[in-house]
Design a protein around this ligand. Structure first.
Ligand code: NDP
Length: 279
């Protein structure tokens, strides 16, 4: 049976470290503050926003909530972001995605000042990551690097395969693994003979967006398997992009769903907020 990589425990450890840092900053008169904007009332988004606020409370980060009506115009949202960009009290700005269809997400992401871009989605943050400069890193892939490091899994020199090339997970994941001196391959829907590619991996990151897509035949004996996916089954249970039961005997280490990558995303958001305040 593979070693379970415990995202719940590791994220709790990170949040405790951040709590101390936030307290130090507060003692110096710098209270960390995150502005959270939600447009509309999509139930899943409301749960994510609620969890982020809960984590802020735990770490000692002040969260300012902006709950805007579904029909809010793009201009109104951009004006709010502009005001928050200019507010010295606000360290980070988070706009919960997805946005209603009449609002252009790219324009909104670009409107957030790069110094307050705690989601790490702004093109300047992406560019900095690409050229190896310091900047905000998207939370999910940043959390995966922490999971690997804090579980004692070496990345340097390893064959790393990332399945998925989205701007929020796959691409930044590949760049972070490269930064850690992994030998990185990015696979996607046009990859020929995916199984042959994934079977090379010492570290396999699955960010495919398809439930239980990665089965034992996609992995090498003794691989480390990181499952980014989150899906709800017909029986209302959560599962990932990896078929956990099929893979668990063949892998050396694996992240469960839930309790693997998921909790790390919020912990790294908290980390980016503290980093923003330190700047
Ligand atoms: P996207 O849908 O944006 O990207 C999916 C990627 O998988 C694409 O690059 C796509 O390729 C690739 N892909 C799709 N089908 C195949 C296939 N048959 N073979 C190989 N590659 C394929 O998803 P995200 O990156 O946003 O998210 C990935 C997963 O992670 C989702 O399940 C999502 O719910 C989850 N997630 C979890 C988070 C967490 O906190 N745990 C945070 C963010 C996401 P192509 O580019 O060619 O279309």
């Amino acid at each position: 049976m593979a070693m379970l990589i415990d995202g719940k425990a590791i994220s709790a450890q990170i949040k405790d470290e951040l709590k101390e840092e936030a307290a130090h900053l507060a003692a110096e008169g710098r209270h960390v503050c995150l502005a959270v904007i939600q447009v509309g009332s999509d139930p899943a988004s409301s749960i994510y926003v609620g969890n982020k606020k809960k984590a802020c409370d735990y770490v000692g980060i002040e969260s300012e909530s902006y709950e805007l009506e579904e029909h809010t115009s793009e201009q109104e949202l951009l004006s709010l972001i502009d005001r928050l960009n200019g507010d010295d009290k606000v360290d980070g700005i988070l706009v919960q995605l997805p946005l209603p269809g009449h609002i252009d997400e790219d324009s909104v992401i670009r409107a957030i000042h790069p110094d307050k871009d705690v989601d790490g989605f702004h093109p300047e943050s992406a560019g900095r990551l690409c050229i190896g400069e310091k900047g905000f890193v998207p939370c999910t892939p940043a959390g995966i690097i922490q999971l690997l490091k804090r579980s004692g899994i070496e990345i340097e020199g390893k064959e790393c395969v990332v399945v998925g090339r989205s701007n929020i997970v796959g691409k930044p994941m590949a760049l972070l693994l490269l930064r850690e001196n992994g030998t990185v391959t990015v696979a996607h829907s046009r990859t020929r003979d995916l199984r042959e590619v994934t079977k090379r991996a010492d570290i396999l990151v699955a960010a495919v967006g398809k439930p239980k897509f990665i089965t034992a035949e996609y992995i090498k004996e003794g691989a480390v398997v990181i499952d980014v996916g989150i899906h709800r089954n017909e029986d209302n249970k959560l599962c990932g992009d990896v078929d956990f039961d099929d893979v668990k005997e063949k892998a050396a280490a694996i992240t469960p769903v839930p309790g693997g990558v998921g909790p790390m995303t919020i912990a790294m958001l908290m980390s980016n907020c503290v980093e923003a305040a330190r700047k």
